[in-house]
Design a protein. Sequence first.
Length: 274
Amino acid sequence: MSYNWIKGEDFSINSILLMDRWILQQLIGLGDSDRYERDDEYKKLLGITLTYNPEIYWYFKNKAPESTERVEKLVKNTPKDLSHDEIRNSEIKLLEIIDSFIVYLYPEVMNANCPYIRDWDKERLLSIIDFTDKVVLDVGSGTGRLAFAAAEKAKKIYALEPSERLREYMRDKIAKDKISNVVVLDGVIENIPFEDNTFDIVTTAYVLGLDYEKEMANLERVAKNGGYLVDCMGEEDFKREGPNDHLLKAGFNWSHYASKNGGDVYRYWKKVNK
């Protein structure tokens, strides 16, 4: 799904060479995305990119060797007589389709172009619950929207993020701004690298949804008894029909406000009882 966060012509197709293995898996249909299976146009564009950019072909096969069979099939089925303009136009279309992954590679672009980050006010998080002197885990930190907001009051923040480029961005910000209470780590919600009952507060945004039951179990596992889970979306630009049924069934409280971008924003929080 494209979010119109970038203009493809502004980016080199070699941006793919900055991608983590898990992103390559998504692009080739070995992750949780179903685009590869249902979108023939997408496969055509990816095939052209792999065929006419041997360095990207090589990168896929070596960074994510499990992709080899699919990569070779795409290349085999791609015409070998395309013009330079046809190739570049295909690259631009592909870049715009995978814009949500491209912005992971350019955090400054992500902050500037993604409305849920760009237009968000930290008080939307800090007004939900008191972070003062708390030990916090932020799962799926991105560029640190929630982590750095909470860090103004919390004792310690652990920012968990699977994208290397985003981890580097947060670490650079920590060094530049001399932030002493934020630690950045690699990790995903499916495998949180902490012991049970570690955190006073666990925050998330835009990471729940593949398997709510398992994801919620992982979040609750690392939260202390009496601690809180918080899911805090940003300034979205689309309408929603109501709060998330899965989170309501899991016992979350919620509040709603109209985004300055014209969308609906729901915030959720839950006290953990073990």
